[in-house]
Every structure is written in structure tokens, then in C-alpha cells.
Design a protein around this ligand. Structure first.
Ligand code: PLP
Length: 410
């Protein structure tokens, strides 16, 4: 037996598993401590009534022989693909229902798309980066280059003509930094991709959190993207589907390489390795995209964004620098006194019971930063904000220095 040696190149634990482990150890050592989780990616609001009603009705259909659904259309039921195309039309993007592939989550889509490209492809990733972009590229044996996000460029790295790449991953609004590309910036990425003959994989999982019409909600708002980009979106964060599972991939029929249609290849791949998304789930997804469903799920998005406002306000009162959190459910904080991010994470956990995500877990450019998630309940967010607003960062820095000395080898 020979193992895939690329898997062994990964860190031992996926970032969020590592955070979970550290919180578990803290909880075991301090069973009475209050823990306020602002570290997780998961939503906390229940599903919208329109979604639950539609899934319940779909489940009842399954009881009747005449309305039972077995294997469905591997690409997604036409009724849902049409609703997705209509959803894009609502913000003036024209895509065909035929270009949409429905599936069971953006994470699996990101991993599965690796099948389309040669194993020795070069991949350009933003850094900080959503770990799945990096891990799936490493597992597939790709050569990885980075476009560096910094405080100076607002964590919106731009193309570097000196880098030759085959694949470009972009995430906007960004996890973890909350940064959002403008149309002018995306135009530069599209021009670069076309000049390089590269494909952009555009992760729009947080598109619903954009609060300004001046910002693009899809890469397909940019002319030319239909010849060089694939877009992924998911109902996980738009409609609380993290446990239900439904996403989509747009592979335009105009996207070709070496005379081959990527749309046709993706269809070929899906029909071999996927058997379609659950009918009940697709009915729930269609309900989420309906007018009434949108009215309901947008209330939850607004709730999370109000949480982000509360977190940002509290951090500003404590005197630290933050970015993000305006069009994304993540607030990105610079650790004061050049503290390293796992150290800052540990201090906030041990002294205040607040769980965050250390920036270093998102790549070298995340070192010195922390991510705060706004997906908690309002009560959790308010309690954490109360502590954060009164945070004594000087004291924390002293504790950090003390523990550094304690950690130092004698
Ligand atoms: N893409 C980004 C940028 C994410 O942050 C996440 C989840 O946190 C995903 C994709 C995965 O979403 P899904 O639940 O659809 O698999």
C-alpha cells in the first residue's frame, strides 16, 4: 500500500479542530468558567419557517408513490437551478440555469473542483487564506504561491505579473479578514487570469452579507469572467444551511481550455462521483430563495451583522485596530503590542473565557491578527463585547511577556 504523501504534508489538525481541542482542555481544567465562543464558523439562528415548511412538505411527498422522488437530476433539480439563475438576475447578473450545478456544500465543491485541473498545476492563493483552499491544493499535490494580504493593502492582495499561475482562488467577502473586493479590483483579477490563461475559483459564500450596492456580489458582474471563472456559493451562511447542506457551482458554458468545455468536464465528473443533492434539501433551498424565504433569511443575516457591529464597537472602545465586519460576519483585529496570534488567543481564553480564531491558522500573513466571528447568539456577543470594551491590553501584554519568560527554556 502506498499512501498519498501529500496528505502528510498538512498540519496535523485542521485549524478549527485545533481550536476546539484547546477550548476542550481549558474547559476540563476550568469546568466553572464561562466560555464565550466567537471563534466558530457555524451559525446559531434556527432555520427560517419557509425553509422548514418546504422541507416538511417535500418529506410528505415522499410518502406517496405518485410523488416519491428517487435519484434526481445530478446537476440539481431544474426548479432550483432556475431560482438560482433568477437570484443572480435580482442583482443584474445574467447566468443560465444550465450553468448551475447544485451540490451539498461549498467545502466539498472546493475540494472536488481539484479534479478538473492537472495535478502539477500552480495555484495562487490569498494569504491569509480560508484553510480549505490551501489544504485541498496541498492534498492534490499542487504548487502553491501566495498573494500577500497586509494591513497596507486592506487584506485585498492584487495580481502580481511576475507570478505565473494556472489557478487563482479568491474569496470575497473574505474569510477570515472580512475584506471585500471592489469591481475595479476584480476587473484587474479577471484581466490577469485571462492574460495568464488561468482559471479563477471565486468563493462567494458570504455574498449575502454585502450591505452596499457599490460592491460586487458575483465575479460574473465583471465582463470577461464568463471565460475564466468558476463561482461557488452556499446556503450555509445565507440561510443557516450548515447542517442541511446545499450549495451551488456556476461553471459557464463559455469557459473552455484547450478546446474543452469545463462545463462538460464538470458534468462528466459529477455524473461519475456524485448522485445529486437530496430532493427535500433542494425544496428547502428553493424556499430560501423565494421572495418570502429571502425576507426571512435576510433578518438572520441582519442579526449577525448587528453582532459584527457590536464586536467592532467594543474592540474600538478598547483601542485596538480592526478591519472587516462591515460586509462580512468576521471582524479582523490586530493583536496589540505585536503579540503573536496563538498567544493572544490563549490569553483571551484563559483570562476572559473568550474564544477567537488565531490569524496564524490562516497563513503566515495572519500572524499578529485575530478573527472574531459574529455567528453567536446576541447574548453571547453582548457578554463578550462587555468584556472586550473594558479590555486592559497593557495588562494582557504584560501577562504575555510573563508567560513568554515562563515558557523560555532555562
Ligand atoms: N467557503 C468559505 C469561505 C467558508 O468560510 C466556508 C465555511 O465556513 C465554506 C466555503 C464552506 O461552506 P459549506 O458549509 O457550504 O461547506
Amino acid at each position: 500500500m502506498q499512501l498519498n504523501e501529500n496528505i502528510r504534508k498538512l498540519e496535523q489538525n485542521y485549524l478549527f479542530a485545533e481550536i476546539g481541542l484547546r477550548v476542550k482542555h481549558f474547559r476540563e481544567a476550568h469546568p466553572d468558567a464561562e466560555i464565550l465562543s466567537l471563534g466558530i464558523n457555524d451559525v446559531t439562528r434556527p432555520l427560517a419557517p419557509a425553509v422548514c415548511d418546504a422541507m416538511a412538505a417535500a418529506a410528505r411527498e415522499m410518502r406517496e408513490a405518485a410523488r416519491f422522488h428517487g435519484y434526481g437530476d445530478v446537476q440539481g433539480e431544474p426548479f432550483l437551478r432556475q431560482m438560482i439563475a433568477d437570484y443572480y438576475r435580482s442583482f443584474h447578473v445574467s447566468i443560465g440555469a444550465e450553468d448551475v450545478f447544485v451540490s451539498d456544500g461549498a467545502k466539498s465543491d472546493l475540494a472536488n473542483l481539484c479534479d478538473l485541473f492537472a495535478p502539477d498545476s500552480t495555484v495562487l492563493l490569498p494569504n491569509p487564506v480560508y484553510p480549505v483552499f490551501y489544504d485541498t491544493s496541498v492534498m492534490a499535490g499542487r504548487r502553491v504561491c501566495f498573494a500577500r494580504g497586509t494591513k497596507e493593502n486592506g487584506f485585498l492582495p492584487m495580481p502580481d505579473e511576475s507570478i505565473r499561475t494556472d489557478l487563482i482562488y479568491l474569496c470575497s467577502p473574505n474569510n477570515p479578514t472580512g475584506a471585500v473586493y471592489s469591481r475595479a479590483q476584480l476587473r484587474q483579477w479577471v484581466e490577469y487570469a485571462r492574460a495568464q490563461n488561468a482559471c479563477i475559483i471565486y468563493d462567494a459564500a458570504y455574498e449575502a452579507y454585502i450591505r452596499s450596492a457599490a460592491l460586487p456580489r458575483s465575479i460574473f458582474e465583471i465582463a470577461g469572467a464568463e471565460t475564466c471563472a468558476i463561482e461557488i456559493n452556499s446556503l450555509s451562511k445565507m440561510a443557516g444551511f450548515t447542517g442541511v447542506r446545499c450549495s451551488w457551482v456556476i461553471v459557464p458554458r463559455t469557459l473552455t481550455q484547450e478546446g474543452q468545455s469545463l462545463h462538460r468536464l464538470w458534468m462528466r465528473r459529477q455524473s461519475t462521483k456524485y448522485n445529486g443533492t437530496s430532493y427535500i434539501v433542494q425544496r428547502g433551498a428553493a424556499a430560501a430563495l423565494s421572495a418570502e424565504g429571502q425576507r426571512q433569511v435576510r433578518q438572520d443575516v441582519q442579526y449577525y451583522m448587528e453582532n459584527a457591529d457590536i464586536i467592532r464597537g467594543a474592540l474600538h472602545r478598547s483601542g485596538v485596530f480592526t478591519t472587516g465586519g462591515e460586509h462580512a460576519p468576521y471582524v479582523w483585529m490586530e493583536c496589540p503590542y505585536h503579540m503573536d496570534s496563538w498567544k493572544c488567543f490563549g490569553l483571551l481564553l484563559s483570562h476572559y473565557g473568550i474564544v477567537t480564531s488565531p490569524g496564524a491558522g490562516f497563513g503566515a500573513q495572519g500572524e499578529g491578527w485575530l478573527r472574531f466571528s459574529s455567528f453567536g447568539s446576541r447574548d453571547t456577543i453582548r457578554r463578550a463585547a462587555h468584556k472586550l470594551a473594558a479590555m486592559d491590553w497593557d495588562q494582557l501584554a504584560l501577562w504575555a511577556a510573563d508567560s513568554l519568560h515562563a515558557d523560555a527554556p532555562s
